[in-house]
Design a protein around this ligand. Structure first.
Ligand SMILES: Nc1ncnc2c1ncn2[C@@H]1O[C@H](COP(=O)(O)OP(=O)(O)OP(=O)(O)O)[C@@H](O)[C@H]1O
Ligand code: NI
Length: 264
């Protein structure tokens, strides 16, 4: 059974780059994400990953093909369906600054899905906001701060907390941990792994880091020029075989010997 699926989904930006058939950002992409599954999406910059993420999250419509949730095309959704879908599928954007209202405090930002999607307000909401801030390792007093008073990595974690507030079944993470330091990356991945184990949450994990993908995901998808060019299950002597996949694997730096500078 697939939770979220794309069937021949294409997206053409009329004002996009010339070449490759005009401005086709996404070219007949089909994929399935099963409940509890963790799928990595890799590919070089501009290949269409974020576009696919927006389509799968229902924020943009495909120009051809369709996106299906629990077997139903999003194009048939009514108001109540959209509400259920927004609860079930959450997207954490690549750029946290443009993903929040600069005039809202962290508390207000996280309160929004609690109120609109889960009907929580007042003390119940405040308790949840505090728990969510703890989960993403932000101090409780972050609640009263504005986005501009936070670092990029702190704001990214506010966005993760906001996505988790909906208690989604599927989280689409568009480079959501890329600009966090290694310690925080591991902490967020532990949090995601716990949600996966306890609540069967699925993930579409967009990253440039093949090693992260290998560690966290069940399956790796590789895109090139708007198309899916490879799908490989992770495990054992796992190797990517498409030219694009091989390039990703070759791009992993060998461990560098660390030399301590000598005094004097
Ligand atoms: N709103 C838009 N209008 C016009 N063109 C767009 C728009 N959004 C994306 N594109 C184009 O579509 C293509 C795919 O962009 P997309 O952001 O999906 O790539 P990406 O794989 O996420 O890249 P990155 O790894 O740099 O985030 C690019 O050529 C981009 O210029
Ligand atoms: Ni992107």
């Amino acid at each position: 059974m697939s939770l979220l699926a794309a069937r021949g989904a294409s997206r053409i930006y009329r004002n996009g780059p010339a070449g490759r058939g005009g401005a086709t950002a996404l070219d007949q992409v089909s994929l399935d994400i099963a409940p509890g599954e963790c799928v990595a999406l890799l590919g070089r910059s501009g290949c269409g990953k974020s576009t696919l993420a927006r389509l799968l999250a229902g924020l943009e419509r495909p120009d051809a093909g369709e996106v299906r949730f629990a077997g139903r095309s999003l194009s048939t959704f009514g108001r109540a369906d959209w509400r259920a879908f927004r609860c079930a599928v959450q997207l954490v954007f690549q750029d946290p600054v443009s993903a929040v209202n600069p005039r809202e405090t962290v508390g207000q930002i996280i309160a929004e899905p609690l109120r609109h999607l889960r009907g929580l307000t007042g003390v119940a909401a405040t308790g949840q906001i505090q728990a969510l801030l703890r989960a993403v390792d932000l101090p409780a007093d972050a609640m009263g701060r504005l986005p501009q008073q936070l670092s990029g990595g702190q704001l990214q974690r506010v966005c993760i907390a906001r996505a988790l507030a909906a208690q989604p079944q599927l989280l689409i993470l568009d480079e959501a941990v890329s600009n966090l330091d290694l310690h925080l990356q591991i902490q967020m991945l532990d949090l995601f792994a716990r949600l996966k184990r306890d609540r069967d949450v699925s993930y579409l994990f967009i990253t440039h880091d093949l090693r992260l993908a290998e560690r966290f995901c069940d399956r790796v998808l590789v895109m090139c020029d708007g198309r899916l060019v490879e799908e490989t299950r992770v495990g054992g002597a796992f190797a990517l075989t498409s030219p694009e996949g091989r390039a990703l694997q070759d791009a992993i730096l060998p461990a560098m010997p660390f030399r301590r500078a000598r005094a004097g």
